[in-house]
Design a protein around this ligand. Structure first.
Ligand SMILES: [Zn+2]
Ligand SMILES: [Zn+2]
Length: 269
């Protein structure tokens, strides 16, 4: 039985609003927890929801815009205060280690746990994490700075009649933020069960979306439809759009099975 689910910790874009903080998602697959992006406010939402950081060993950061990583130093220093001893693995592009190291030396030098940085190349589609039941692949995206999404796969080993084993994929979840419309991702996410695709803007703001390399809700829906996704979750909303229902109105005619990310919501994968 699959246990996949994703909890929305933050679903706004760069500027926090009354109802949204910047990006963060808690992904659970096969009883394992993963954090994807860590904007400001992510730790607070995790605490409110009772998500246990002691269960978290792996963090994936899509890119180094502040709305996707400014929460990290708060989270990592808090884990130090909690006397954590288990290592934390962080998958991100190499600059993150260079940026975080002096802050960690200043604020969390007495921590009892190791932070292990795994440098990733956001321009290359590759498997970056794999254990017995979960694998994670990068999805190269098109944004103002090097950025990749992440494809989570729940896999199981099945014994064949001749005694050999085969790895089969049960559930797949793709996280695609931040990005402008790009059909290059389609072969990687084809047939994915659940797709989170950013939809920062509405169609009326289309020119702005190209300029700052983000997507509209209709573009996110078009990607979901062309990728034959099971369902689509929208998020990374511009602070200028207060009524998130407008994103849904633009996406649903293109891809019916679309949902709005809102903080604290939990989706099955
Ligand atoms: Zn962003
Ligand atoms: Zn960005």
């Amino acid at each position: 039985m699959s246990t996949g689910k994703v909890t929305i910790l933050g679903c706004g874009s760069a500027k926090p609003t009354k109802t949204t903080s910047p990006s963060g998602q808690w992904v659970e697959l096969c009883d394992k927890s993963f954090l994807v992006d860590c904007g400001e406010g992510v730790l607070l939402t995790m605490q409110k929801l009772g998500l246990h950081t002691s269960r978290l060993y792996n963090i994936f950061i899509s890119h180094l815009h502040g709305d996707h990583c400014f929460g990290l130093i708060g989270l990592l220093t808090t884990l130090g205060m909690l006397k954590r001893t288990q290592p934390m693995h962080i998958y991100a592009q190499p600059d993150l280690e260079r940026l975080l190291t002096p802050l960690l030396e200043y604020h969390a030098n007495d921590r009892l746990y190791d932070i292990i940085f795994h440098p990733i190349n956001p321009r290359k589609h590759a498997v970056i994490f794999e254990d017995r039941t979960v694998s994670v692949e990068t999805i190269p995206l098109k944004h103002g700075v090097p950025t990749c999404g992440f494809l989570f796969k729940e896999t199981h080993r099945i014994q064949k009649e001749d005694g050999s084993f085969e790895r089969v994929t049960r559930k797949r979840f793709a996280y695609c933020a931040d990005t402008m419309y790009s059909e290059k991702i389609l072969p990687i996410i084809e047939g994915v069960d659940t797709l989170y695709h950013e939809s920062t803007f509405l169609e009326s703001m289309g020119a702005r979306s190209k300029e700052v390399k983000h997507s509209t809700a209709a573009q996110a829906a078009t990607i979901a439809q062309k990728a034959h996704a099971g369902k689509l979750i929208l998020g990374h909303y511009s602070a200028r759009v207060e009524d998130h229902g407008l994103f849904l109105d633009e996406a649903k005619p293109i891809f019916e099975n679309t949902f709005l990310a809102e903080e604290n919501l939990i989706f099955d994968i």
